[in-house]
Design a protein around this ligand. Structure first.
Ligand SMILES: Cc1ncc(COP(=O)(O)O)c(C=O)c1O
Length: 395
């Protein structure tokens, strides 16, 4: 198998880290035998990326967004590195605790929580909760009395490849009112959170969001609120083929803009998910079928052993374009529609913008899918069409 390294990678320090670690992963994946699609994780690569991000983030704490990949080897390594965690559910909190994280290192960042889970988290020692609605604050006040809360605000302008607008956050006026509500309910409103949208490729793209939240921060202080915490969320990018800014430059760029607008904030939280783990993972899959629908068909169809429901959910809207490594790289290519193996017509990965893949590709060929450490194993369905969930192994 010809194993090629990423071509147009971002400059500076990330290049060295990426080249070293992707070669180790690719070498392993090129020969390892698996009887089903498998995500292979290089946890050393996660550690390298943690240090690279931390070098730019300065005094900000990294709260790893566990939803990106809760593999015990990743959580365990991050605990040893002193990371903090952003958990979306009781299940994620339990996974962090099981790896040795302390409750004070875990924030419960989902703005939509069941009361039984709030009560459970409170008794487990979790003290920091997110909210974006009055009713959520009432639930927290009743089941985690006196807890610290931060208010998540809407991001109006997202330049992300995978935006997280609409569903989360509240507008400026609501955010200010919720600070008052939290206080009245006996909670401790410490600050705000936002998310610029996942896969925001350059630090500069954060500017409109930081401007808006900076103004809100100033308004809240003018209204008498003593804010001590700013949660800047995730958005840190991974390499999928389009140029991204290197992690330390990126994080330092974001923090410089934060300082310009907010001054010194005692507690800054950053919640990278994708940016921390995506490049540490590679999926080993195979071609199940290649075909043409007619003699006139300009495209080949390439059906893989993995699809939208078995780990590649982020191909929705063709938002994330993964890079494939095949045994025929370097040979003649043609436009291919890439699809998954299930009996569901939505299980088509790339059709609007077909992929250029080797024409020699055929059933049984191994396909490696680069930089798939984030939002793959966690998105895979349990047994849709009888296909097992994506297996994940750490090397
Ligand atoms: C609250 C919160 N924080 C952090 C993240 C991680 O985002 P990313 O993977 O873009 O770093 C997410 C992702 O959905 C999120 O919902």
């Amino acid at each position: 198998m010809t194993v090629q390294h990423a071509g147009a990678v971002a400059p500076s320090q990330s290049l060295a880290v990426r080249a070293f670690d992707s070669s180790r992963l690719e070498a392993f994946c090129a020969t390892a035998e698996f009887d089903r699609p498998t995500l292979v994780l290089d946890v050393d690569r996660v550690e390298a990326q943690y240090h690279a991000l931390k070098a730019g983030l300065g005094h900000a704490d990294i709260h790893y967004a566990v939803k990106a990949n809760p593999h015990p080897a990743i959580l365990g390594r991050l605990v040893r590195l002193g990371a903090h965690f952003d958990a979306a559910s009781r299940g994620e909190i339990e996974m962090c605790l099981a790896q040795g994280a302390q409750p004070h290192q875990i924030s419960y960042g989902n703005t939509i929580k069941r009361v039984v889970d709030i009560a459970w988290a409170h008794q487990a020692g979790i003290t920091l909760f997110a909210a974006d609605a009055e009713e959520e604050l009432e639930k927290i006040a009743e089941h985690a009395p006196g807890a610290q809360v931060y208010i998540r605000v809407i991001v109006e302008v997202s330049m992300a490849d995978w935006p997280l607008t609409r569903k989360f956050g509240c507008d400026r006026d609501t955010a200010l009112r919720l600070l008052d509500t939290a206080k009245a309910l006996g909670l401790d409103p410490v600050g705000f959170s936002f998310h610029v949208g996942s896969q925001t490729r350059k630090a500069e793209m954060w500017r409109p969001t930081l401007d808006a939240v900076g103004q809100l921060w100033a308004d809240a202080k003018a209204a008498g609120h003593e804010l001590t915490m700013l949660n800047i969320g995730g958005g840190f990018p991974a390499f999928y083929g389009e140029e991204i800014q290197a992690p330390t430059d990126y994080a330092a760029g974001v923090m410089a803009m934060v300082t310009e607008r907010f001054g010194h904030v005692p507690r800054v939280m950053a919640e990278p998910g994708r940016g921390l783990v995506a490049e540490a993972g590679m999926i080993v899959a195979e071609v199940v079928l290649t075909s043409k629908k007619s003699d006139r068909d300009l495209h080949r169809w390439v059906y893989l052993s993995i699809g939208r429901f078995s780990g590649l959910a982020e191909t929705e809207g063709e938002a994330i374009r993964y890079q494939f490594v095949t045994p025929h790289d370097g040979e003649a290519t043609g436009p291919c529609i890439v699809a998954g193996p299930s009996c569901d017509s939505a299980d088509v990965l790339y059709e609007k913008r077909p992929m250029q893949l080797p024409l020699a590709l055929k059933a049984g060929d191994r396909v490696l899918i680069r930089n798939t450490g984030a939002y793959t194993s966690t998105y895979s369905s349990v047994c849709f069409n009888g296909f097992p969930p994506l297996e994940a192994v750490a090397i």
